[in-house]
Design a protein around this ligand. Structure first.
Ligand code: RB5
Length: 146
């Protein structure tokens, strides 16, 4: 189950990605926003990350204008590893190396064709399971400030 969400600037790109996910036969839930009215990306990140951390969804896709604000928001949740990707190389690497559980894209940065290719790469690439990467993920979890 994939949780997907984006702010008002991501409405069109989110629709394109959802149509693409449907074509792939993926099961997903849309956490909004559903209108063009201005909204706050931290709220969308919270809804998607909450669904993952509660175990209702396995991974997530988040979109805002640049992808930056919503990735900062997502990475504040312990256990979320959100990766902002604008190319397929990064999408592959962040699955293999970081076991990224949230893919982030910028609706004002990339077009729908590339966004769908990045989504495919990210969904189809497994975590490498290599010790060095597992060790680094453990360190990420341990690096929490009070
Ligand atoms: C909204 O205008 C815009 O600030 C937001 O989508 C995002 O780009 C923030 O990082």
């Amino acid at each position: 189950m994939i949780a997907i969400g984006g702010d008002h600037s991501a409405l069109e790109l989110k629709a394109e990605i959802m149509a693409h996910l449907k074509k792939r036969g993926e099961v997903f839930e849309d956490f909004g926003t559903h209108t063009r009215e201005s909204c706050d990306y931290p709220d969308i990140a919270k809804a998607v990350c909450g669904a993952i951390l509660e175990g209702r969804c396995d991974r997530g896709i988040l979109i805002c204008g640049t992808g930056i604000g919503i990735s900062i928001a997502a990475n504040r949740f312990r256990g979320i590893r959100a990766a902002l990707c604008s190319d397929c190389f990064s999408a592959q690497a962040t699955r293999e190396h970081n076991d990224a559980n949230v893919l982030v894209m910028g609706a004002r940065v990339i077009g729908p064709g590339l966004a769908c290719q990045i989504t495919d790469t990210w969904l189809d690439t497994p975590f490498s399971e290599e010790d060095r990467h597992i060790n680094r993920l453990k360190k990420l979890e341990a690096n929490v400030s009070e």
